[in-house]
Design a protein around this ligand. Sequence first.
Ligand SMILES: Cc1cc2nc3c(=O)[nH]c(=O)nc-3n(C[C@H](O)[C@H](O)[C@H](O)COP(=O)(O)OP(=O)(O)OC[C@H]3O[C@@H](n4cnc5c(N)ncnc54)[C@H](O)[C@@H]3O)c2cc1C
Length: 480
Amino acid sequence: MKKKVIILGSGIAATTVAFFLQDKCDVTIVTKGALSDNNSALAQGGVAAAVGPNDTAQAHYEDTLTAGAQLNDPDASQILVNEGAEIIRELIKMGVPFDRLGDGSIDYGMEGAHHHPRILHAGGDQTGKYVLEFLQRKLSSKVKIEANTTAVEIFPEDNKAKILVIANKQFRTIEADFLVIATGGIGQLFPVTSNDKTITGDGIALAKRAGAELADMEFIQFHPTLLNKPGSSLLISEAVRGDGARLVNKSGEYFMADVHPDKDLAPRFVVAREITNQFLKGEEVFLDISTVQNFRARFPYISRSLDKAWIDSTLIPVKPGAHFFMGGVKTDLNARTTLGNIYAVGEVARTGVHGANRLASNSLLEGLVFARRAAQDIIARPQKDENYQTEKQEPTIYKQNLPTLEELKNRAWESIGIIRRPEKIREFLAWLEEFDDSVPNANRIDFEISNLILISKEIARAALARPVSIGAHYIEEEND
Ligand SMILES: Cc1cc2nc3c(=O)[nH]c(=O)nc-3n(C[C@H](O)[C@H](O)[C@H](O)COP(=O)(O)OP(=O)(O)OC[C@H]3O[C@@H](n4cnc5c(N)ncnc54)[C@H](O)[C@@H]3O)c2cc1C
């Protein structure tokens, strides 16, 4: 009998695990929304890999550790850059349509904190969608897909895993030899975010309730340039600044010139913080794209989205927003969590490759590399031949005292957002302690709120435990 593997999520990490397991295991993908509802499909800039002329994995490694303030796990980071280059070469051979120059060579882009043009992109600014759909097309019909199905609780057991899911208002327990959590990050904890609506930290909360270790919870990356228009979450990729766009304030001042030697391409936390400072001074901030050559051809998705938002100027109003989570479920080099048969891959996992701050375009790469490792590890592990003891798990339905999602988001933004103050974080934590998040709620909205409360508590505690600013964690000293 083939090993049974359940994969939660439908992004790059989940799809890559399924791709590498499909011939050897009985694979089911369980995902909260449609197959296209994920952050991977939104990734614009590209995927970083040292495969171009004169580039080396060592140079990519050094940029990764510099961006991460040297808090990265060195072994995991070496794996990322070395195996990452290998996988990208394979994807090129398999025919992923990365953008090319007139002479047929790959068009390598530049992004912040990289010291070499090593960003492969596809469809201009639609890299995630192109790579994801390419891999999804490679999944055989043997891979079962359960869309619009949400995992609400996991039960690690000796040699297997049980997962409680809900679909069409019906709860069901699924059992498997192995469970792979690939549910992405936590963007929807904040009122301003680039993330898909389904990204509410579920996998991290489920794993924590089941007893898994979390790590690096204080490190959240805020992206400096989201379109500043009510109701919009459009990201204006860093690749636009890589192609020459500049940040200016409403007085026309090129303010990044004096803030960091890399100016507009300084690390994201530096740029996001400076934009926040500009807002605090009563300024507005714009991305001036007048200097970008062939903007519409190079960035077709962003151009179309700006058209839809009625932005027809070369000065695009921007603001920072929550973007990427460096922390998450702690994993080893084979993507195993601290719970027996449960793996975590992609943004939900804390592999250690990002340290205190992710280098741009390293996350699609992380998803590919550690998803393949998880698949290889699952294939190599022995299968226990005992029959499943099906013991139905019942959902916990009870009335929880919870805040509204809006209130939670606003408080999170003020306390554990771009600029943090210890007294604000303590106040936030005291407020959070009023709410019980120990059991997942059976109501969809309450389920997500209670997951985000659990995660907020972890972030607040981790932020207080690190009273000194480093990487994306910026904390003002007591009595500043
Ligand atoms: C706008 C944007 C642009 C980006 N640009 C880049 C870029 O250029 N380069 C780069 O490297 N990175 C980029 N990133 C980051 C990158 O896209 C993500 O880190 C990466 O795609 C995460 O992949 P993943 O597979 O781990 O998670 P995701 O792609 O986010 O997928 C998570 C999946 O889990 C599902 N899910 C969630 N909860 C549950 C549940 N309870 N039960 C079942 N399913 C669940 C979700 O619906 C989703 O399908 C960008 C991110 C955004 C938002």
